[in-house]
Structures are given as C-alpha cells and as structure tokens.
Design a protein around this ligand. Structure first.
Ligand code: ATP
Ligand code: MG
Length: 613
C-alpha cells in the first residue's frame, strides 16, 4: 500500500532523475546521435509537402499577381522555373512531393528501429543490474518487501522506463522540432494568417491541461486497482489448496468480484476522459481550420494572398494541432516513467546491510569450531528473539537444539550464516567473528538443510548440483547414493534428469529432504546446520532419513535443530532453548534427570516416539 501511496504523490519532475536515466544511454551514444539526426531529418521532410503544394498552385496551376514567398524565392534562385511548361512543372512538383513522402516513411522506419533497439538493450541492461543487485541484498530486505512488488520492479517498471526512451523523449523532441519548423514556415508564408492559426491555441492548451490532470489521476487509479488484482491473484493461486480445503471458493470469488469491479469502474473513468478529449480536439482543430479558411479565403478573394499560401496553411494547420494534442499524453507517459524510475532507483540505491568488510578473512582451511558469545538479536527493534545466548561447539561435535516453537532455534542458524547480524555479542567460527569473514567463504564453510526444502525448477541433478560446475554427474550420483536418495531417484522417470516442478511439488516431503541431504553432502561443508522438518513422516521414510543422516553428519561439526527423538540420538549434547534463552544443556540422560524444560518437552513431544532405552 505504502508504495502505491507514494506513487500518488510522486510526479514532480525531477531533473537529477532524468540525468541519471539518460546515463543509461551512454553505451549507445551512436544510436542516440543517429535517432536525433533521423528525427530532425523527418521533421524537415514533413515541412516540404505544403511548400511544394504552394509552388504547384502559384507557378503552374494558377499563375497570378500574388505568389507565395516560397514560389518567389524559387523563381529568383532558379530563373528557368518560369519557363517550364506548366504540365511538366506540375509533374515535377508532384514527383518531389511523392519523393519526400517516400523518404519520410523510410526515415521514420529507421528512426523507430534505432530507438526500439536501443530501448530494448537499455531494458535488458537495467533488468540485469536490478537482478544482480537483488541478489546482493540482505535477507532482512526480503522480509520487508513482498516478492510481488520486487517482481513488478523488474518487469513493469522497467517497461515503463522503456516508454520513456522510445515513445517519450525522442518523439517529444521530434514534435518540438516539427512544431518549431512549422511556426517558422507559417511566419515566412504570411505572418497575419499565422497569428490567426495560433488564435485557437489557448483553447487547445486549456483542454490539454484539463485532460492531463484528469487522465493522470484516473490512470493512477487504474494501476492501483490492477496491482490489487495482481496481488490478490498471486496470494490466492499460491494458497489454492487452503481455499479449496476450507471451501472458501464462493467467498473468495466474491472478494475477487469486488476488486475486479473497482478496476472496471476505474477503467471506464479513464476511457471517459479519452472519449471526451479527442473529439474536443477535433472540434477545436476544425475551428482553427475554419478560421484560416474564412480569414485567408477572404484575402485570396481580395487578391492580397495567393491560393498556394492558403492551401499550404490548411495543410500545416493539421500537422500543427495534432502533436500539440498528443503532448499531454506523452507528458503522462513521461510522468509514469519518472514514477517508475523513482522506484527502480530506490531499489538500486538500497545498500545491502550485510556485506564484506574491507580485507575480509579468507581461511586456507576450516576446523569447524562454532561459538556464540552473549548474543542478543531481534528481527523487530525492541523485541529480542535471542537474549544473551552463549555456547560452543568443538570441531567434529554434534549438538542438538530443542525447544518450543518460536524459541529462536532457526534464528541461531540465520546468525551463523550471517543472513542477519547480531545486535550485541559475537558469533565466531574458528575463533573469528563471522562479520570479519569473507561472506562467500563463510557460507561455503557452512551447509544448511532447511525445515522447508526449496527446490528450483530444473532436473533432480540440477537441484543437487545447484550450478556448481565442479560437481560432475558421478559426484552427484555418489552424494545421492550416500544419503540413500539414489533408490527413489533411479525409480523416477528420467532418473537424475527427471524434471522437478516449481518448488518440487511432484515430490514427497521425505524425498525432498533426501535431495537436500544429497545437496549438502555434495558441497561437503565443514559445519552443517540441519533444521529438521516439524511435520511427521511415515516410519519407513523416517528410517531412510535416519540412515542418511548418519552419513551426512559424519566428520563434521553439526548443529541439529531437532524435532524428533530419533534425530536427537545422533547428538553428543543437547541444548534447550526457551523464549530466546539457552536454559539447559547436557546429555539426554542428564537433562531427563534434571527434570526441567527438556524433561517436560520430552514428555509432551516425544512420548509417542520409541524410547531411547
Ligand atoms: N524474518 C522474521 N522477521 C520477524 N520475526 C521473525 C522472523 N523470523 C522469525 N521471527 C520471530 O522470531 C522468533 C523465533 O523464531 P525462530 O524461527 O527462530 O523459531 P524456532 O525456534 O525455529 O521455531 P520452530 O520450531 O517453529 O521452527 C519467533 O517469535 C518468530 O516470530
Ligand atoms: Mg525453526
């Protein structure tokens, strides 16, 4: 909502923004120069037609006393012109007229081509830049910015910017050149008639301003409603199973109906203004033409003006009013492009809060010691999630972390991997503050298997390898065999080449878990963090996972966030988190004997699982 509101306020022309935007044309300077040259050329060519008409009328069709300045100029500079046979002269002028038309079309074609090609290149550049930047941003940024919005930045907003380059700037420049040329031509032909032509401009201007303001408001409203439709769709399509499970189809459809209606109404309003504006422009244009006809025609009849000039004026007037009427719409394009660029640059200017320090620590080898020293942390200011947590893991040790939901277990993993930074205290790996580590090295040293396994669309092998080229097919299969994932993968149609649908929807929870194990094993980290899935799985898969786990944990420092007793069995030691504090630690027996939180948790959570004996 907030961003949409901001968009409502945005709209002040911003020079600095414009300069920054134009910076993107720098790699394509030749295209810019070419486009500008072609625009000027096409504007000049468009001036020729009416002048040619005047010459044809004055010199060949109806030679008389009064002549257009252009005809007089031609006769002075090319003396032979009066001697030409009128029929031949007429053919000559018609030929020139036709030639300029053909040339204009050609120039317009190349002008469009050059600008579109440049616009497309700039868009591709921008999208790449935005995506690269998004990948650098800290996880905290993605907590606060809905994915739908970010997707809009990369797609729609960049599209709007393209309009600025292709439809906006260059064509406005072209219009200005053309208008300037016409004004000069009109004054040259007859300054009094020129003033009469401009008499309707205040009317046209007033109408344009009215339209500009109204159209912008309604256009914004349409986009606001469209954004609402999009986010509603995204949310409900993702959550379709919940909608159907609880039989919410009817209610959801009616909600959608409301939003859809609002969008329709907003669109109708926008259409109304367009429907009024363009006929009004026609009317005012007709008024202008009528004025020229009346005033100029009178002068022609009185012998004060040549017929050629009058006809040229009528042609010019059409070409003059049209771009003026279009300007207000182009201004709107410009405005929305500027609003888009504001949002895009806002994103590009967001610095990642978590980045490498200067000259970061890049160890040759990693032992795998983990230490938290009086760590305090909060996602939201003033709501600490970890309160003075301290513990150590010796290299090669396996420690289980247990605790109620929301106790802060997954948060520990986030801090070790430096997805977030501590508020106070220190997290150390091998005795070094993680904030001094090279981020890439740190994250390569630590493997993480998440509660909710994320699979990308692609093949099974792709999902184990994750684009790491050093991992050949043999290494992938080896890793899969080790964690007992090979059996089920081999049974899939296509084996390792089997396609994984988005988010791995074709696989069971246990299968996804095993793929995640294979992935972690293939990357062979010194330290492994396992955030176990809370959901219960069947006994067979459970046994499979436990066997795989044994292999995965071997020879590493392991921090296992455990929800199942069977997993805790692997641990040397157990840490008990409670409301952000580390409250108990020891072996299973010690903790049971202490009869504290662990003992209660054990009773509640694990009593159904088979006993440790
Ligand atoms: N990205 C986030 N932004 C804000 N608050 C968060 C975020 N992630 C977690 N929290 C809050 O921090 C607290 C600890 O969350 P955490 O995920 O560490 O719990 P957990 O112990 O892993 O729970 P579970 O067993 O359910 O996985 C919770 O109160 C949670 O609401
Ligand atoms: Mg968790």
């Amino acid at each position: 909502m907030s961003i949409d509101d901001k968009e409502q306020q945005a709209g002040v022309y911003d020079g600095a923004m414009m300069v920054r935007l134009l910076g993107y044309t720098r790699p394509y300077r030749a295209s810019v120069v070419g486009a500008v040259a072609l625009v000027i050329l096409s504007s000049l060519l468009q001036l020729v037609g009416p002048l040619a008409t005047a010459v044809a009328l004055d010199l060949f069709i109806r030679p008389g006393e009064v002549e257009a300045p252009v005809s007089r100029w031609l006769a002075e500079h090319w003396l032979a012109v009066r001697a030409i046979d009128p029929a031949a002269g007429l053919a000559l002028v018609a030929g020139v007229y036709l030639l300029t038309l053909v040339l204009t079309s050609l120039v317009l074609y190349f002008q469009g081509l050059v600008m579109q090609m440049m616009g497309q290149r700039i868009m591709a550049d921008l999208r790449e830049e935005i995506f690269a930047h998004l990948q650098r941003l800290s996880i905290a940024y993605f907590d606060r910015h809905p994915i739908g919005r970010l997707v809009t930045r990369v797609t729609n907003d960049v599209d709007a910017l393209n309009e600025l380059f292709t439809a906006g700037l260059v064509s406005i420049f072209g219009d200005v050149v053309l208008l300037g040329g016409i004004v000069l031509a009109l004054f040259w032909l007859d300054w009094r008639l020129a003033l009469a032509t401009f008499a309707i401009l205040p009317l046209l201007l007033g109408l344009s301003i009215w339209f500009k303001v109204r159209a912008r408001q309604t256009y914004r409203r349409v986009r606001l409603k469209l954004a609402r439709i999009n986010s509603f769709l995204q949310e409900h399509l993702t959550g379709m199973s919940v909608v159907q499970l609880f039989g919410r189809e009817r209610a959801t459809a009616s909600d959608f109906g409301h939003i859809n209606d609002e969008h329709r109404v907003a669109n109708l309003q926008a259409i109304f203004y367009y429907a009024v504006y363009y006929p009004m422009v026609e009317l005012i244009t007709a008024l202008g033409i009528g004025l020229i006809l009346f005033y100029g025609g009178g002068k022609v009849m009185g012998g004060a003006l040549s017929l050629g000039v009058l006809v040229a004026f009528l042609q010019y007037a059409q070409r003059f009013y049209q771009p003026l009427a279009d300007l207000s719409e182009k201004y709107n394009i410009l405005q929305s492009a500027i609003a888009s660029s504001e949002r895009v640059f806002g994103l590009l200017d967001t610095e990642p809060t978590i980045a490498d320090v200067e000259d970061p620590w890049r160890p040759e080898s990693i032992r795998g010691a983990v230490e938290l020293d009086d760590v305090w942390f909060s996602y939201e200011e003033g709501e600490p999630v970890l309160r003075g947590v301290s513990f150590r893991l010796e290299p090669g040790e396996t420690v289980a972390i247990v605790g109620h939901t929301g106790a802060g277990k997954s948060t520990l993993a986030n801090l070790l991997l430096r997805f977030y930074d501590v508020d106070s205290g220190v997290v150390r790996i091998d005795g070094r503050d993680v904030r001094h580590w090279h981020l890439g090295d740190l994250r390569r040293a630590i493997g993480l298997v998440l509660q909710d396994v994320f699979l990308f669309s692609g093949t099974i092998a792709d999902n184990i390898r994750l684009g790491e080229e050093g991992l050949g097919d043999a290494a992938v299969e080896e890793a899969a065999r080790e964690v007992h994932a090979h059996e089920f993968i081999a049974r899939l149609e296509g084996g390792y080449g089997a396609a994984v649908q988005e988010r791995g929807s074709g696989l069971s929870v246990g299968q996804k878990q095993l793929i995640a194990f294979a992935r972690a094993l293939a990357f062979d980290p010194r330290i492994l963090i396992l955030d176990e899935a809370t959901s219960s799985i069947d006994t067979e898969t459970e046994q499979l996972i436990q066997r795989a786990l044994g292999r995965l944990l071997a020879g590493r420092t392991n921090l296992v966030i455990a929800h199942r007793l069977s997993t805790i069995q692997h641990a040397d030691r157990i840490l008990v988190m409670h409301k952000g504090e580390l409250r108990e630690q020891g072996t299973h027996r010690e903790l049971l004997a202490a009869d504290g939180i662990y003992a209660r948790l054990h009773q509640l959570q694990y009593r159904d699982t088979r006993s440790l004996g």
